[in-house]
Design a protein around this ligand. Structure first.
Ligand SMILES: [Zn+2]
Length: 320
């Protein structure tokens, strides 16, 4: 198992230039309309420019003939400006151009007077997010964690996660430090509104298996919406659907407070601590302990520095 400091780039970022001219009036956004009634659904890749698994999955599936048999499907390569800066010799450096594009989704930021590459692109894409009924936002992680479907924690999201049945772990709650994620934008976050957005963390950014999870997340998202031919899914699905899903509720996010932080082990994420009081990290000499029984460490960030979020903690709710 490679460690957090040795991360080989096994995936190859596909050329997205052929996708520049879409049919929606916005570059790198395509609408596949079946011409039949059905869901108005969307799939996002590369909102973070160096998380290339989503681009690989959409490039592969579109090339293989992915088309909805009902409703319409919008596919977006969200931050191509960052994506085109991806360099396998410096793979961490193209997450964004000016700022994290998955933190800007408030009306204050989007309607405000600030300017950045990501705000400009978010403003161009905003009409899609104001319209679509379902959204899958594809991401990846810094460690070799098993995949996680992240939702805000609303009942409608949990029901949809169950309908997808993929991946094995679903985590609700934000553990937020700052800003708003796209899945929390506007009516996606309103329990009284039917619109639903989910985010999948497919695995380590550049591991081969991560692209397989990205492909299957697209296929099983569209299967849950009854938008894709089951024969197409059977032909292209790469991993097994889990027999059961585990539900976590994120309770805490933690930002590093000192210049001397370390985890007690090289955790990759989703480690489960049976008892409260177990030490799992040390920050400026202070031991950090699990606050409750059945506590799960989510997405430890071994590259974080003082002031940045370094992990989330989640309560194990149920195993379905
Ligand atoms: Zn991401």
């Amino acid at each position: 198992m490679p460690t957090a400091t040795a991360t080989p780039v096994e995936l190859v970022a596909p050329d997205l230039l052929p996708y520049r001219d879409g049919n929606t009036g916005v570059d790198y956004v395509h609408c596949l309309d079946s011409g039949r009634a059905g869901p108005d659904a969307m799939i996002n890749a590369v909102i973070h420019g160096n998380e290339i698994c989503g681009a690989i999955a959409l490039d592969y599936l579109l090339s293989a003939g992915l088309r909805p048999h009902r409703g319409r499907l919008t596919v977006a390569f969200v931050n191509p400006e960052a994506y085109f800066r991806f360099d396998p010799s410096k793979p961490t450096e193209s997450r964004f151009v000016d700022e994290d594009m998955n933190r800007v989704w408030t009306s204050e930021r989007l309607d405000g007077g600030e300017d950045s590459a990501e705000l400009r692109r978010a403003r161009a894409l905003r009409p899609f997010y104001d319209r679509v009924e379902r959204l899958l936002d594809i991401h990846s992680m810094g460690t070799y964690s098993d995949p996680i479907l992240l939702v805000h924690g609303l009942d409608k999201e949990i029901r949809f996660a169950r309908a997808m049945g993929y991946p094995a772990t679903v985590a609700g709650g934000s553990g937020h430090i700052e800003g708003r994620r796209l899945i929390e934008y506007a009516t996606f976050n309103d329990p009284a509104d039917d619109r639903i957005a989910v985010l999948i963390e497919c695995g380590q950014h550049w591991a081969k298996a991560t692209a397989d999870v990205a492909v299957d997340s697209v296929l099983l998202y569209l299967t849950a919406l009854d938008m894709v031919d089951p024969g197409f899914v059977a032909e292209h699905q790469r991993t097994a659907k889990p027999e059961r899903q585990t539900l976590l509720t994120v309770t805490d996010g933690y930002a590093i407070r000192s210049d001397d932080f370390h985890f007690t082990k090289d955790y990759k994420g989703l480690e489960r601590f049976a008892k409260a009081g177990e030490v799992f990290a040390v920050d400026g000499g202070e031991e950090l302990r699990t606050p409750y029984d059945n506590c799960v460490l989510v997405m430890p960030n071994h590259r974080a520095v003082k002031g940045q979020r370094v992990f989330r903690l989640a309560r194990l709710m149920e195993v379905d």
